[in-house]
Design a protein around this ligand. Structure first.
Ligand code: ADP
Length: 212
């Protein structure tokens, strides 16, 4: 099963991808995570994208498509994948189509107010990447990861100005993909405003509908 998770920043794509990846046994491929890893390791790619990401802008298509093509060539992708955060532009979607056609696109629908609440309260483990929220999914000990005990951090692009830039990029460049995939009849929209388990239930329903 080759799936794309689509939706605005803060829609819960990362959280749902982790759950779905574990339960369905498919690799979770997040371009945001891959870029953050490159920044952390200070690779050539990381140096190029660090500033762009912190501002909340999109990384150029050329770099992004090259990164994904390489990742999709790895052996663990043979039985499918969950792409989280890619494609984000029409040229990226066209490139993906040429590499590996998608079976199902899940569009996570979430209102602006909830997005702001989720992103401003989001904390991530700097070590294992687990995602928390100060109000709705707090760690057992404030500021410390439940899984690995390392300190939690705020992403540089979760500042208010960068959040506004990301939302604008989503509306202008990514939202048109809903109609693009709609024409192919492979998109399912689900309400992303509930708890992770609630949204997972809706996702599982969409998956079953798609199979039938
Ligand atoms: P979110 O969905 O919460 O905005 P991600 O972790 O998916 O965050 O992505 C973080 C940043 O990484 C984006 O704001 C952008 O700079 C870069 N990025 C990730 N995926 C793409 C992509 N497909 N095309 C261009 N830039 C991307």
């Amino acid at each position: 099963m080759k799936m794309v998770f689509l939706g605005p920043p803060g829609a819960g794509k990362g959280t749902l991808s982790s759950l779905a990846s574990k339960r369905l046994g498919l690799p979770h491929i997040s371009t945001g995570d891959l870029f953050r890893e490159a920044v952390r390791r200070e690779t050539e790619l990381g140096k190029k994208v660090k500033g762009i990401m912190a501002e909340g802008k999109l990384v150029p298509d050329e770099l992004t498509i090259a990164l994904v093509s390489e990742r999709l060539a790895a052996p663990d992708t043979a039985s499918g994948w969950i792409l989280d955060g890619f494609p984000r532009t029409i040229p990226q979607a066209e490139a993906l189509q040429a590499i590996e056609p998608v079976d199902l696109v899940v569009d996570f629908d979430v209102g602006d107010e909830l997005i702001l609440m989720r992103l401003t309260g989001r904390r991530v483990c700097g070590s294992c990447g687990k995602i928390y929220h100060v109000a709705t999914m707090p760690p057992k000990v404030e500021g410390v990861c439940d899984v690995c005990g390392k300190p939690l951090t705020t992403r540089p692009d979760d500042r208010e100005e960068a959040i506004r830039t990301r939302l604008a990029a989503y509306r202008e460049q990514t939202q048109p993909l809903i109609a693009w995939y709609g024409e192919q009849g492979i998109i399912e929209s689900i309400d992303g405003s509930g708890s992770p388990e609630t949204v997972y239930g809706l996702f599982a329903g969409a998956l079953a509908r798609h199979h039938s």
